[in-house]
Design a binder for this molecule. Sequence first.
Ligand SMILES: N[C@@H](CCC(=O)N[C@@H](CS)C(=O)NCC(=O)O)C(=O)O
Length: 204
Amino acid sequence: MDLYFCPMTCSLATRIALYESGQDARFHQVALSDKTIVGGGDYLAVNPKGQVPALRLDDGHLLTEGPAILQYVADRAPDSKLAPSAGSLARYEVQAWLNYVAAEVHKQVFYVIFSPESPEAARDHARTVLAPRRFGHLQSRLADREFLATDDFSVADAYLTTTLNWTRNAGIDLKPWPAVTAYHKRMTARPAVARAIAEEMALR
Ligand SMILES: N[C@@H](CCC(=O)N[C@@H](CS)C(=O)NCC(=O)O)C(=O)O
């Protein structure tokens, strides 16, 4: 498999899932600013969406969209428990949380804060109104749970942890949500997560 990634962006979640499940891949760094592949190549020729992550499977198929890629990686290593078996209620719960992180946290909060195209009023709304709502909901969920979606570390944790890494740069202080703060600390202390973060930080 070949993973197209940009350091410390949402593609980090896939690297975490790979390391958590002991799987390997070839990693290709993408410069999102000009859609090139570091070391040479046009990324748009690989993925016309111009976004990471993208995963080239061993049969040549290109899989895109983080939540789908994460579940693909999880299903290749069922013993790692990164996702419950397809069709189970627990699997739908993981999908629900992946969607929540993607749609409500990643795109509604962080995308709006980081995008240079966001109007200042939208950025302010994301920081002062939407972020407290989203982190308030996560605070309730995580108050008495170790993991976000199941009783084990799942791909939903890989994705949420990845987005929580962005809070400082987004100017969001997690202190009002102690269960979220403690969760982030716990997740980033996991050896596979710490390794993935350290490797990508070194590439920035
Ligand atoms: N819907 C896509 C969104 C992925 C996404 O937003 N990736 C960001 C990095 S976190 C990106 O590639 N941004 C560059 C761009 O949108 O041009 C997914 O879920 O994989």
